[in-house]
Design a protein around this ligand. Structure first.
Ligand code: AMP
Length: 596
């Protein structure tokens, strides 16, 4: 079906920050955009100063920075002035532990107010913050703590017991574990967050911070090997600020809700940093998804700008279909909502149109990834929407489609790539690395970092096409990583965990398309000799993987196959597993084991 362009005929309630796309692009420069930031009083740039301290000392100090909606719907409000004090205390607490500039502080927490204190206090102290998703199992947690050289971990007693305690001895660099909430007293080798905070002063002068100082470490997944730690610096705050102005249309009086968990890059860049730098009120939901709960939060908190994910929108669509009675949204007053955006996975045109008809607002898709650190391509408040398109590059961002070779990646010949100018032709999305929030490296992995660039372009690993007017359309990933419910999952990490089960000889993991989650993780397994593929072993394997990897990463489906297709060098061919699963042409099989 061809979807009609959604034109914005009625005047928007608020004049968008970007009203004329071409003019905004031609007039934009990153150095001019920098003028909107304060900078540290003594020079330099620190994310926490931009996000908290400069507001705290202004007339915005008394404004709600965070409005945390508890699981029981009680609301705890933290003003900018209070947040400045709390983050100062946390920075002092870190200092008292001897953790300082460049030391890695990890968080493994749900979306509680303490998480925000720890993140911003760490940045104040010029330590490096690395967030972990609390639904990760012990394997992904331990691997990231190890790879990221964790010195401090902030978590809860329950999460520590379930995911870290057993592995602590294997993490000799992890000097301090800080427990939020009760329980530190019962856990040897841990400290109490509350006690540390109560002993610390609420005055803290942010030390000199260079814009190029490392600020954030975000783990992401590739097709093979260990997760990659993408390094971001304090300068990234300029990218967060400018893109939130253009792609999310944030205005100072907004009440803003980003539903992404800060354990992932969206929840950090746009759930914490960007909105606080804009000085808006950030709604934090401590609970989990529930259609009624979400509509209630939108209505009761007077959310005006909402940034969410396609999977969440598809779940809401199921709960409140277009042709149905529209009960839920109709029973809540959503009149304050003025802008809705989504990110992280393809946004199907139906969801854009559903928003238009049910919420009264179309959904603005945008595109970026962990490495780019901020939104690169977007549908803007003032511009028409072509449902199914990710939109157009932001001011300050140059994007191209590169011609691909037989391996499905950008063709590089003698160090040169070829920009594909013909509309509608698929190729790899590439970006000129010239924006402030671009990652500066993969931690301890120069080779993988360098492999991500060619001929002055950053190669994203995404396949796209561009239409004659410059709108970008997502086609798929060029590699085997899996997007499930908006979370990027490395098949290798899942395969490695499965291989540790005594019954498994080999494993190949793919994403199987799913109407709600985009993809679900499916594992193909060959069993060791003598083990029979019974329902009991299937259940055991699913439970084993869930225990080790956590529910966000573990496979949801398992198929047994004693003849997994492999290359001559012995690697399981995921591409072929996927093609067979989807009934697609199997393509070039010349590298298949046993082929002539
Ligand atoms: P992550 O680094 O975990 O944020 O994942 C980034 C990847 O998510 C991108 O490389 C894309 O494959 C996918 N992605 C992000 N935004 C979109 C979008 N709007 N449409 C389609 N895919 C997207």
């Amino acid at each position: 079906m061809v979807w009609e362009t959604i034109r914005k005929e009625s005047a928007p309630r608020v004049t968008p920050n970007l009203t004329d796309y071409d003019r905004a692009r031609s007039e934009f420069s990153w150095s001019r955009a920098r003028a909107a930031l304060a900078g540290l009083p003594g020079g330099g740039l620190n994310i926490a100063h931009e996000a908290v301290d400069r507001h705290a000392g202004s007339e915005r100090g008394g404004r709600a920075a965070l409005r945390c909606v508890g699981r029981d719907a009680t609301v705890r409000t933290v003003t900018y002035a209070e947040l400045a004090k709390r983050t100062a205390r946390f920075a002092n607490a870190l200092r008292s532990l001897g953790a300082g500039h460049g030391d890695r502080v990890f968080t493994l927490l749900g979306r509680c107010p303490e998480l925000y204190t720890a993140v911003l206090g760490t940045l104040k102290n010029t330590s490096v913050l690395c967030p972990l998703f609390s639904a990760f199992g012990p394997d992904p947690v331990a691997q990231r703590l190890r790879l990221g050289d964790a010195r401090v971990l902030v978590t809860t007693a329950a999460l520590y017991r379930r995911k870290v305690a057993e592995l602590r001895a294997a993490l000799p660099g992890l000097d301090h574990v800080i427990i939020v909430g009760p329980g530190a007293g019962d856990l040897p080798g841990t400290l109490s967050f509350d006690e540390l905070m109560s002993r610390a002063s609420d005055h803290f002068a942010i030390p000199a911070t260079s814009p190029e100082d490392m600020a954030l470490l975000h783990f992401t997944s590739g097709t093979t090997g260990a997760p990659k730690g993408a390094v971001h610096v304090h300068q990234a705050v300029l990218g967060h600020y400018a893109t939130a102005a253009y792609a999310l249309d944030l205005h100072p009086e907004d009440v803003y809700w980003c539903t992404a968990d800060p354990g992932w890059v969206t929840g950090m860049s746009y759930g914490i940093i960007a909105p606080l730098v804009h000085g808006v009120t950030v709604v934090v939901d401590e609970g989990e998804y529930d259609a009624g709960r979400w509509y209630r939060i939108l209505a009761e908190q007077h959310v005006s700008v909402w940034y969410t994910a396609p999977t969440a929108l598809r779940m809401l669509m199921r709960a409140t279909p277009r042709q149905g009675p529209h009960d839920l949204p109709a029973s809540y007053d959503l009149s304050r909502l003025r802008f809705v955006a989504s990110v992280g996975e393809p946004l199907n045109p139906e969801a854009v149109v559903w928003g238009h008809e049910v919420l009264g607002l179309p959904v603005h898709d945008n595109w970026w990834q962990t490495e780019t650190g901020s939104i690169m391509i977007a549908n803007f408040a003032a511009c028409e929407i072509r449902p199914g398109s990710m939109g157009r590059p932001l001011p300050g961002v140059e994007a191209s489609v590169l011609r691909c070779g037989d391996d499905g990646r950008a063709l590089v010949t003698d160090g040169r790539v070829r920009v594909e100018n013909r509309p509608g032709v698929e190729g790899e999305l590439a970006l000129r690395p010239d924006w402030p929030s671009m990652f500066r490296g993969y931690l301890h992995d120069k080779e993988r970092y360098e492999a991500a660039f060619a001929d002055g372009w950053y190669l994203t690993g995404d396949l796209v096409s561009r239409d004659a007017d410059g709108w970008f359309w997502f086609v798929g990933r060029a590699d085997d990583v899996i997007k499930s419910a908006g979370h990027l999952i490395g098949p290798f990490e899942v395969e490695s965990a499965l291989m540790e089960h005594r019954a498994v000889a080999e494993a190949g993991v793919i994403g199987r398309p799913d109407p709600v989650a985009g993809n679900i993780v499916k594992a193909f397994i060959s069993l060791r000799p003598g083990v029979q593929p019974t329902p009991a072993i299937e259940r055991d394997l699913l439970a084993f993987a869930r225990r080790r990897l956590g529910p966000a990463v573990a496979p949801r489906e398992i198929a047994f196959d004693q003849n997994l297709p492999k290359t001559r060098s012995g690697k399981v061919m995921r591409r072929l597993l996927r093609a067979r699963e989807l009934g697609l042409p199997t393509g070039d099989l010349s590298t298949l084991e046993g082929s002539a």
